[in-house]
Ligand binder design. Sequence first.
Ligand code: PHB
Length: 386
Amino acid sequence: MKPIPTAALLAAALASSLAQAQSTGKLKVGLMLPATGTFAALGTAIENGFRLHVTEQGGKLGGREVEFVKVDDESDPAKATDNVNKLIKRDNVDVLVGTVHSGVAMAMAKVAKETGTLLIVPNAGADAVTGPMCAPNIFRSSFSNWQPGYAMGEVVAKKGHKKVVTITWKYAAGDESVRGFKEAFEKAGGQVVKELSLPFPNVEFQALLTEIAAAKPDAVYTFFAGGGAVKFVKDYAAAGLKKNIPLYGAGFLTDGTLEAQGADADGLLTTLHYADSLGTPRDNAFRLAYAKSFKLQPDVYAVQGYDAAQMLGIGLAAVKGDTGKKAEIAAAIEKAKIDSPRGAFSVSRSHNPVQDIYLRQVSGKENKLVSVASKSLADPARGCKL
Ligand code: PHB
């Protein structure tokens, strides 16, 4: 006669089959990105890039078939906590990937930190995510808002400009990009004479452009992205400012936007961790594969999505897909050199890329590489205790 299993034996069997499912079943990736609004195209590029890497790996990461659960976060911080909780609690995702908007990303980071869920941020630069909110399970494949801003502060000072007006959206990304710019520019002897802003995602720039014309600065520094960046560049030119007051920006100003901006973007100088003409074998192969798959040219967002998938793949390969082994996953990503189309990078102690920031100039439909503005630039990770 078969002995009746005790409760303890049953529990052990259940735990072992759960662990088995955790390391061999489908890997559920919660993709929280904007599918609507001014950042919609950025969300698409990130998802495309992520999927491209997964496809190159035969549809698997860490030996597990990848399944996506998607949420349109609408770049709305007010809906962010509900959205991320749905992915974790209702859909039971194994990992979170998102998002574009800094305010939404901070809400994601808070929940990830509380629940211990692995989070990879494929765009949003919120300094806090790899600053005061840093955590062993939170990584970024993109940049901090400080990084391109700081690099541009040095460039604009070297050009000999003394007085600059800044203009951006009033939220974490805009504020922090301007702060990074100002830190480097004022250290080099320049002065930010006026900081203009409007609420995200407004695009009524006219009154602010009139203020810029009246202030007559030597140059303007700006952070805008997506649909807002398209309109800002066109309005700046239409107001007659482009020929009199040079416009500089974090590279989002002209990334993924050049088709729509046309000649109004020509000649603009920006700083970013990617350019369209790096010409390395790694980047050429990526660009070709991306263009073939999606009938689109890749941009910085596509690269960041691709690298988020690479980072996740590296972490999961080290534990054969067992997402329960959180410390080992983190350790593998921490010591990795990620073979990015932008150039290989590793992450800092706070889990943000340490990377070259390029100076680029718009020519035709491309952000052409001019030079390396800042070599291996690391975010200062102020407030991160890891
Ligand atoms: C952000 O909110 O952090 C953000 C959004 C769009 C960008 C870059 C940064 O292109």
